[in-house]
Design a protein around this ligand. Structure first.
Ligand code: SF4
Ligand code: FES
Length: 257
């Protein structure tokens, strides 16, 4: 099958970018989207041209490295599917496809379709962990977790940090990502000691990294390849507000606010 690609090419962060047209004549329906790009890159290299830079690692939908806008949709046309798991059978022979990097102020373009998602790592470093000394693994029944909480925590933990939610949000908000990370720990007993300080630190870090505010549009949930639910944003907001009120109360009682 033949695919006509229009690809964003940009040699570096401060270089100007532009769309470049390529024809891939020898794609087939069984290829993954990234394999089709591999074929194009091999052709480009054989011609002595610069291959297209794009992020990937596991190609199994679990690492969160891949991702780009395909015809304006993060990860492409298949719902709940990472770009590496998207196959060419979902495209028509001769179809024109436009590829662009994630667009968000917090995600600077490094090269072509590769963006810097270090801002998400810095939000995790601000508080997305359990820092109590845990010692050896506890007995399976020593820390009872209600079944509903266990399932909700597992659902939130499915977030792979791909950044599609940010790229799809008109505000470039990272709330779905941050909400998932806060919820996965806040629903479990191990996450309780730092629950409020975690919300304060991670929400502050999100603002510092220049992500926008959530205005409940839901574009993030619609493109999330791991079906992270908007409910995690409500959990994040609850934890954050509770922490903020506790902090204000402490300031008032100590005469500081
Ligand atoms: S919430 Fe979904 S879209 Fe956002 S980073 Fe996590 S997996 Fe990706
Ligand atoms: S390459 Fe790992 S999720 Fe796509």
């Amino acid at each position: 099958m033949k695919i006509i690609l229009h690809v964003w090419r940009q040699s570096g962060a401060s270089a100007p970018g532009r769309m470049v047209r390529y024809e891939v004549d020898n794609a087939n329906a069984h290829m993954s989207f990234l394999e089709m790009l591999d074929v194009l890159n091999e052709e480009l290299m054989n011609k002595g041209e610069e291959p297209i830079a794009f992020d990937h690692d596991c190609r199994e939908g679990i690492c969160g490295m891949c991702g780009m806008m395909v015809n304006g949709v993060a990860h492409g046309p298949q719902p709940r599917t990472t770009l590496c798991q998207l196959h060419m059978r979902h495209f028509k022979d001769g179809e024109e496809v436009y590829l662009e990097p994630w667009r968000a102020r917090a995600f600077a373009v490094i090269k072509d379709l590769v963006v810097d998602r270090g801002a998400l790592d810095r939000i995790i470093a601000a508080g997305g962990y359990v820092s109590v000394p845990t010692g050896s693994a506890p007995d399976g029944n020593a820390l009872p977790v209600p079944k509903e909480n266990a399932e909700l925590a597992m659902d939130a933990a499915a977030c792979i940090g791909c950044g599609a939610c940010v790229a799809s949000c008109p505000n470039a908000s990272a709330s779905l990502f941050v909400g998932a990370k806060i919820a996965q720990l806040g629903l479990l007993p191990q996450g309780q000691p730092e629950r409020e300080s975690r919300a304060l630190k991670m929400v502050a870090a999100m603002g510092k990294e220049m992500f926008g505010q959530c205005t409940n549009i839901g574009a993030c949930e619609a493109v999330c390849p791991k079906s992270i639910n908007l409910e995690v944003i409500a959990r994040m907001n609850r934890d954050f507000l509770k922490a903020a009120w506790t902090w204000r109360g402490e300031q008032a009682s100590s005469g500081g606010g």
